[in-house]
Design a protein around this ligand. Structure first.
Ligand code: X8Z
Ligand code: ZN
Length: 610
């Protein structure tokens, strides 16, 4: 998916394995064990490894694309096979890389060796039977999610896209509950496979010298693996009071609408009422929680409809934002090869993703685009990945990734923060820019998506790290999932969960093995990026009204960071754009301060917390 060293390998690694180390590498190791290894040996090794990996990575990406856009028995077999071959190859090189641990090498060589050792998400064990099994499970889980549906009756089945779109707009509690439960039937059969996969990948991780996969995942951030969770706690601490205020207001309003028997005012919020299948973004229930005072907030969904936007036009519009910043247009092949709509008559993985199949310019997105404002944002999110991929395509393979994985997720979102009323008017989607008296409404709309997401972005991997470290075993998978949902989000299951439920599996990134902390980081980083870019663009107004549309100066500053790829620690990349090497949520506090003040007033006399 998004990046080679990190994504392609990562995604594929979810699926793969088997076989032994490639000929070129074993020769290399023979030659070098007998003599003293040198810095020149390390460089030569990296050169061979990168060329060799690249050669296999491209066909593996084609196999994976074919599977994701046409889920069937054969594409699954080929994708699992290629994934296995590739991750086995990478694991072999990762082991080889450790041979240079004590060799004195320059900074870049050291960084590349370290990246190579860390590059697998679900590392395969050396035993070919086990690696093959790991690969099979990975693609099977992926397919189960992608082809999943909920059948109300034998011939009335609903896809996730269909149910999601109902859940965004319906206020019929019984229907919301039915879909919420229905989608979670899909993940019941995933549980045993998931547990088996954890065991296998942990074996692979140990062979690479990691304690377990949890340590491997936490060790990707240019700081010690055990320090990283503390950094997350610090950032969450900056946002938490805000989230609690939002939660308090939203719960009160939902109580008014659905009754306090459905939404008890001293407990977590039932998860089916927040306008999203996973209660991860709440923007779709704006109408239920909006200020009583009449406020004009642009309705992008209605505007797209009124102007007859189709899927391609939505993507073109998003492309033109990037073009206005000075980024080169997307290649012709992007338009030929991307998947914008759910095709008839075959299963596809609808979860949005962005790809660069040859690591050069074979950029594509894969989405089942809905014609809504929400999806208009997702399109910008995906194109952000594509422009990042293209910006670092000159880097050596091991540097073709984002500074940290949160950066990759933040770029398109940063651009989408510039979809302000001023911008919407400029492109003719609305006629007038609402004045400042409407700001609370507009800030509320954004907060329902961005602030509400943050604890969800954090809790998914709090769960996974425990699972991958073996601290939480299969009997407790679901129980601990809901404990964390309660702890961080103040959200609860609307009904008691059956003993065989595996609710984490109903969220794409769990069966697909995509780490999730990246989205938490992205939600912090995008506000930092937005502020810096607005400063560079010379926009002096409040941050929530700033749009960097048309600012080539801002585009250049952004590109300067993007083209670094992973060549430097993320702290350096962050400093390049923002002047500071620290992730910091105080920009979020500034952005939403007027809303926070407003919420605190609304919440007076309410019992907050859960
Ligand atoms: O998975 C995504 C993107 C693809 S990287 C559509 N996101 C997370 C999700 O949907 O859960 C974007 C925000 C969070
Ligand atoms: Zn993304």
């Amino acid at each position: 998916m998004h990046t080679l060293s990190k994504t392609l390998i990562a995604a594929i690694v979810g699926l793969s394995v088997s076989g032994c180390i490639d000929e070129a590498v074993s020769t290399q190791s023979h030659d070098t064990t007998s003599t003293q290894l040198t810095a020149a040996d390390a460089k030569a090794f990296l050169e061979i490894a990168q060329n060799d990996i690249y050669k296999m990575q491209v066909p593996a990406a084609h196999a994976q694309w074919s599977y994701a856009t046409f889920i069937n028995y054969d594409t699954q077999a080929v994708s699992a096979y290629m994934g296995e071959q590739l991750s086995t190859k990478v694991a072999g090189y990762a082991k080889e890389a450790a041979r240079f641990n004590d060799v004195k090498v320059d900074k870049d060589t050291r960084r590349q060796l370290e990246l190579l050792k860390n590059s697998l998400t679900m590392p395969p064990p050396a035993d070919p039977k086990k690696s093959e099994r790991l690969a099979k499970i990975g693609s099977e889980l992926d397919g189960m999610y992608g082809s999943g549906s909920y059948c109300r009756t034998e011939d009335d089945c609903l896809s996730l896209v269909e149910m999601s779109s109902e859940m965004a707009t319906s206020r019929d509690e019984a229907l919301l509950l039915e879909y919420w439960k229905g989608w979670r039937e899909v993940s019941v059969p995933m549980k045993d496979l998931y547990a088996e996969q954890v065991t296998l990948a942990n074996e692979g991780a140990k062979e690479l010298g990691f304690e377990n996969v949890s340590a491997l995942w936490r060790g990707q951030y240019d700081m010690p693996a055990d320090e990283f969770p503390k950094e997350l706690d610090r950032l969450w601490g900056q946002v938490e009071p805000f989230y609690e205020a939002l939660h308090c207001h939203v719960r009160a309003k939902l109580g008014e609408h659905y009754g306090t028997d459905v939404v008890p005012q001293d407990k977590a919020i039932p998860a089916h009422l927040l306008g999203n299948m996973w209660a991860q973004t709440w923007g779709n229930i704006y109408d239920l929680v909006k200020p009583e005072q009449e406020m004009t907030v642009p309705d992008v969904t209605a505007a797209l409809k009124a102007q007859n936007y189709d899927e391609v036009k939505m993507v073109k519009q998003a492309e033109s934002f990037f073009s206005s910043l000075g980024f080169e247009e997307l290649p012709e092949t992007f338009w030929e090869r991307s998947m914008f709509q759910k095709p008839d008559g075959r299963d596809v993985q609808c979860h949005a993703s962005a790809w660069n199949l040859d690591d050069k310019d074979d950029l594509r997105i894969k989405m089942c685009i809905q014609k809504t404002g929400e999806e208009f944002n997702v399109i910008h999110h995906e194109l952000g990945h594509n422009y990042y991929q293209r910006a670092y395509n000159q880097q050596p393979l091991l540097y073709r990734g984002s500074a940290n994985d949160g950066f990759h997720e933040a770029i398109g979102d940063t651009i989408a923060l510039s979809i302000t009323p001023k911008y919407l008017k400029e492109i003719g989607l609305i006629d007038t820019i609402p004045d400042a008296s409407n700001d609370i409404g507009m800030l509320m709309q954004v907060a329902l998506d961005k602030i509400a997401f943050i604890p969800f972005g954090l809790m998914v991997d709090q769960w996974r790290w425990k699972v991958l470290a073996g601290e939480v075993t299969p009997e407790n998978y679901n129980k601990v999932w809901w404990e964390l949902r309660n702890k961080y989000q103040g959200v609860m299951a609307p009904v008691e969960r059956p003993a065989d439920a595996f609710d984490p599996g109903a969220k794409y990134h769990v069966p697909a093995n995509v780490p999730y902390t990246r989205y938490f980081l992205a939600h912090i980083l995008q506000f930092q990026f937005h502020k810096s870019l607005c400063d560079i663009a010379g926009d002096e107004g409040p941050l929530n009204r700033c749009s960097i549309y048309g600012s080539e100066k801002a585009g250049k500053a952004l590109n300067d960071m993007l083209e670094m790829g992973m060549s430097k620690p993320w702290q350096d990349a962050l400093e390049t754009l923002t002047g500071s090497p620290q992730m910091d949520a105080s920009t979020i506090q500034d952005y939403f301060q007027p809303l926070k003040d407003w919420l605190d007033k609304q919440n007076q006399g309410r019992q907050c917390g859960w």
